[in-house]
Design a binder for this molecule. Structure first.
Ligand SMILES: Nc1nc2c(ncn2[C@@H]2O[C@H](COP(=O)(O)OP(=O)(O)OP(=O)(O)O)[C@@H](O)[C@H]2O)c(=O)[nH]1
Length: 328
C-alpha cells in the first residue's frame, strides 16, 4: 500500500519532526487590520516554529492567496472593507474546500459562533486568547488538513488502480473504453486528426517458455517504458489491450505522422536488446497503424471500434508478412 493506515491515527502529541512536516505543508496566512495584533499573533505563531505570512486587508489577502496555495488561514472577523466572514465566503465559492480557516474575533455570543461557522469558517477563537489555545487550535486544524492530504493520496491511488494495468502501468481497457470515444468526439468538434497503432510483441510465448514468466513480465514492463519514452509526454498514451498487445493512441496525428511513429518504434524495439538478469534478449514487435476517417461512419458512436479494428487488421498483416514491421 502506498499509504499507511495513519488515516485513523491522528496523533495527540506532536513530536518536533511531525510538526516540521506540517509546518512545511501548511504555511499560514494571517489576516488582521489591527497591525499591533497582527504582529503579536505572528510572533506568537512563529515562536512555536510555524511559518506565517501576513495581510492587513482583503486585497492584500487575495494577492497572497493568488501567489501561494495557503491551506490554513487565520482571519480577523471585523475589518474595514470586506470583513473576515466575507473573505471566507468568497474563498468557499472559488475553490475546492481544502483550506482550513480559523476566525479570530472579539464576538463571542452563541449567535456569532453560529454565523461564523455557517459562513464557512472551520474554527473560531475569541480575543483575547491564550498562546497555547491558539497553538492547540492551529495544530488541530493541521491534523484535519493532514487527513485531507491522506484522502487525496488514497483517491489518486484508487483512481490509478481503476484505470491502469498493474504490471506495466499502461492504461487498461476500462480507461480505453471511456477515453477513446471522447477523443473521437474531439476530432468531430475540431475537424482534427486521431491515429492509433496496435502493437504486439513477436514470439512472446517462446520468450516466456525459454526464459520464464518473470522474464516475460520484465520485457512487458520495459517494452511499455520504451514506448512511453518515445511518445509525446502527456499527449500520446498507451493502453494494454491484451497480454502482449498494446494500443497506442496518438491525438492530433495524421496517418502519415502515425506511420513515421510506427516506423520509429519498430526500430527502437528491435535495435536495442532487452536486459533481464544475465540475459540480453533480442525482441521485436509488429505494428498496425490506422487513422480516423469519420466520414466512413454514419453512426459516429462506433467510429472508435472501427479505428481499433482497422489497426488490428493491419497488425495481423504485419504478423503474417514476417513480423518486426508496421503496416497501415
Ligand atoms: N509473462 C507474461 N506473459 C504473458 C502475459 N500475458 C500474456 N502472456 C503470454 O503471452 C503469450 C502470447 O502468445 P501468443 O498469443 O501465442 O503470441 P506470440 O507467441 O507472441 O506469437 P505472435 O504474436 O504470433 O508473434 C502467451 O504465452 C501468454 O501466456 C503477462 O502478463 N506476462
Amino acid at each position: 500500500m502506498p499509504f499507511s493506515n495513519s488515516l485513523d491515527r491522528a496523533p495527540s502529541v506532536l513530536d518536533s519532526r511531525m510538526l516540521e512536516n506540517r509546518i512545511e505543508k501548511h504555511k499560514i496566512l494571517l489576516i488582521d487590520d489591527d497591525l499591533t495584533h497582527l504582529e503579536l499573533t505572528k510572533l506568537l505563531l512563529e515562536s512555536t516554529g510555524l511559518v506565517v505570512d501576513t495581510a492587513s486587508n482583503d486585497s492584500e489577502a487575495f494577492q497572497h492567496l493568488e501567489a501561494y496555495d495557503y491551506r490554513m488561514i487565520l482571519c480577523d472577523w471585523v475589518m474595514p472593507g470586506q470583513d473576515g466572514l466575507s473573505i471566507v465566503k468568497k474563498l468557499r465559492e472559488s475553490e475546492v474546500n481544502t483550506r482550513y480557516v480559523i476566525m479570530i474575533t472579539s464576538k463571542s455570543s452563541p449567535d456569532d459562533l453560529i454565523q461564523c461557522l455557517s459562513g464557512g469558517a472551520d474554527d473560531y477563537i475569541t480575543k483575547p486568547f491564550r498562546k497555547d489555545e491558539l497553538r492547540a487550535r492551529v495544530l488541530s486544524g493541521m491534523r484535519i488538513l493532514d487527513k485531507h492530504v491522506q484522502l487525496e493520496k488514497m483517491k489518486s491511488y484508487y483512481f490509478d488502480q481503476a484505470q491502469k494495468d498493474t504490471l506495466t502501468g499502461a492504461y487498461n481497457r476500462a480507461y480505453l473504453k471511456d477515453r477513446l470515444p471522447n477523443e473521437v468526439k474531439r476530432v468531430e468538434r475540431t475537424n482534427g486528426n486521431l491515429s492509433v497503432i496496435m502493437t504486439d510483441i513477436d514470439h512472446f510465448k517462446s520468450l516466456n517458455d525459454t526464459h520464464g514468466h518473470p522474464c516475460g513480465d520484465a520485457v512487458l514492463v520495459n517494452f511499455v517504458e520504451r514506448l512511453n519514452q518515445n511518445l509525446r509526454n502527456g499527449i500520446d498514451w498507451v493502453c494494454r489491450y491484451g497480454g502482449e498487445e498494446f494500443l497506442i493512441v496518438l491525438p492530433d496525428t495524421s496517418i502519415e505522422q502515425a506511420r513515421t511513429v510506427a516506423d520509429k518504434l519498430c526500430n527502437l524495439i528491435a535495435d536495442k536488446p532487452f536486459e533481464f538478469e544475465e540475459h540480453s534478449l533480442s525482441v521485436t514487435a509488429s505494428f498496425g497503424v490506422s487513422s480516423l476517417a469519420l466520414s466512413k461512419y454514419s453512426d459516429k458512436s462506433s467510429a472508435h471500434v472501427g479505428l481499433i479494428n482497422s489497426a488490428d487488421k493491419n497488425l495481423y498483416f504485419s504478423k503474417n508478412n514476417g513480423r518486426n514491421q508496421w503496416h497501415g
